[in-house]
Design a binder for this molecule. Structure first.
Ligand code: TGC
Ligand code: FAD
Length: 389
């Protein structure tokens, strides 16, 4: 009694406001009641009931949570962060869904759409009545989207979209796809509705990571789009990259949740599992692992909190977000792998969350800018030299 909370040794949670803690508790309850009992089954089956969950997430105000107006909650950066933390403590696939819907698809329409486009899509997306996706990556261009091959050319007032996109979260479920394409005016964003003629989506199978998430390839075969399909507010790679800042921000919080879940599972297991007549928690080597996890978890939590407050003050730069994304995903993956060893053979099953998290985090390490790309973004920030090419 009176000692530090083993799950939050430095009491970082006390840095949150009353309102942020309330939001955290609400999302945690939703994740515990609604997701946790089923997630192992969804993961094993490679299924994610998007249509069922989206309205529930919408009702909680979690879709486009940090956006203003159009039915969005207008929450602060840290409030959005703690929501991502609790979602990803359940599964990275759940946080991915919320990231893609709110920080990518909705954010693009909110920042760069016409009033008509915003009215048409944002209230439905915020309520979870509609699903969105964000298509930047192509089969041959992932880290290097500037060289994308998908094009949109003018045909009178209309546009004709051709090409393909790969690894698109929510792709086959989306009612609206935000698709980035080369035009004569540089890269532009297009709103492509489900069912547009020449637009097909095919799911990626055989994933060993992020199985409770829909991932698709999108093909555009001369898709005819009206003049008002283009997002009028931006041209150039700045458009999609500015949306990525928002989603990467959600990830740097979310991964703290995945890490906490793994550490907590390892701690509980270590206290209950007896070998050589003693709980394995009593062995020094196990304690070292648990302490390392606890230290790194708290450091990652502090990084997230600090970047969140910078964001609320309007001072978070892309390099800050890269700092958090690089550090926190890497930390979470290390914690997940170490936790897996504490659970021994039980650690490899879906009965415990650790290997599911570890496998999910392999995707999180790669998407939204790989760890190498974030290293190079930070390298440029501290040296002034860009080393991408
Ligand atoms: P570069 O020449 O540096 O920049 C082109 C233009 O973009 C601007 N810019 C940014 N604007 C806002 N935020 C940022 N973070 C920005 N970074 C760059 C820049 O100022 C410039 O603007 P302008 O107006 O001067 O033209 O671009 P580059 O081609 O050298 O590339 C830089 C690099 C490598 C950092 C960038 O291409 C990159 O970040 N690559 C990684 C691609 C990536 O992250 N893809 C993610 C796809 S979406 C996804 O993964 C969803 S996962 C699902 C989920 O979240 O759950
Ligand atoms: P590549 O870019 O081919 O990279 C391969 C390796 O080379 C990496 O290690 C990389 O770091 C390294 N590398 C590349 N360039 C350099 C360099 N200059 N210097 C040093 N190393 C380098 N994309 C979307 O647009 N929308 C989505 O919704 C979406 N969802 C996704 C969901 C999942 C589950 C996954 C796995 C991916 C998703 N992506 C999405 C795609 C993701 O953004 C890309 O996978 C990512 O940007 C990396 O691209 P790539 O896989 O083509 O790898």
């Amino acid at each position: 009694p009176g000692g530090p909370d083993p799950i939050d040794l430095l009491a970082v949670g006390e840095l949150l406001t009353e309102e942020e803690r309330l939001i955290q508790a609400t999302v945690r309850r939703f994740a515990d009641d609604r997701i946790r009992p089923q997630i192992a089954d969804w993961f094993e089956r490679g299924a994610f009931p998007v249509r069922e969950l989206a309205p529930e997430l919408g009702k909680l105000g979690l879709l486009g949570m940090h956006l203003d107006g159009y039915g969005c909650a207008g929450a602060s950066a840290v409030a959005y962060g703690v929501a991502c933390l609790e979602l990803e403590a359940a599964d990275s696939g759940l946080r991915s869904f919320v990231s893609v819907q709110g920080s990518l698809a909705m954010r693009a329409i909110h920042a760069f759409g016409s009033e008509e486009q915003k009215q048409q899509w944002l209230p439905d997306l915020a309520a979870g009545r509609a699903i969105g996706c964000f298509a930047l990556t192509e089969p041959d261009f992932g880290s290097d989207p500037a060289n994308m091959r998908t094009t949109a050319r003018r045909k009178g007032e209309d546009w004709v979209l051709s090409g393909s996109k790969m690894w698109i979260t929510n792709g086959s479920e989306a009612d609206v796809a935000v698709v980035w394409a080369q035009t004569e005016q540089g890269v532009r964003g297009f709103l492509v509705p489900r069912g547009a003629r020449g637009f097909t989506a095919t799911d990626v199978h055989g994933k060993l990571s992020l199985r409770a998430s829909v991932t698709s390839e999108l093909a555009f075969d001369e898709v005819l789009l009206p003049a008002n399909a283009v997002l009028p507010g931006v041209s150039g790679l700045r458009g999609p990259l500015s949306c990525l800042n928002e989603a990467r921000y959600g990830i740097l919080w979310g991964t703290v949740g995945a890490a906490r879940d793994c550490y907590q599972a390892a701690l509980e297991y270590a206290k209950g599992r007896v070998q050589f007549g003693r709980p394995i928690a009593a062995f020094q080597l196990t304690q070292e692992k648990l302490v390392e996890m606890a230290l790194e978890l708290e450091k990652a939590y502090l990084v997230a909190w600090r970047i969140g407050r910078l964001k609320e003050e309007g001072r978070a730069r892309p390099a800050h977000v890269s700092f958090g994304k690089l550090n926190n995903v890497r930390t979470a993956l290390e914690i997940a792998r170490s936790a897996r060893t504490v659970l021994g053979a039980n650690g490899i099953t879906t009965a415990y969350p650790v290997l599911r998290h570890a496998n999910n985090l392999e995707s999180v390490l790669t998407y939204e800018g790989t760890s190498e790309i974030h290293t190079l973004i930070l390298g440029e920030a501290i040296t002034g030299e860009a080393a991408y090419q």
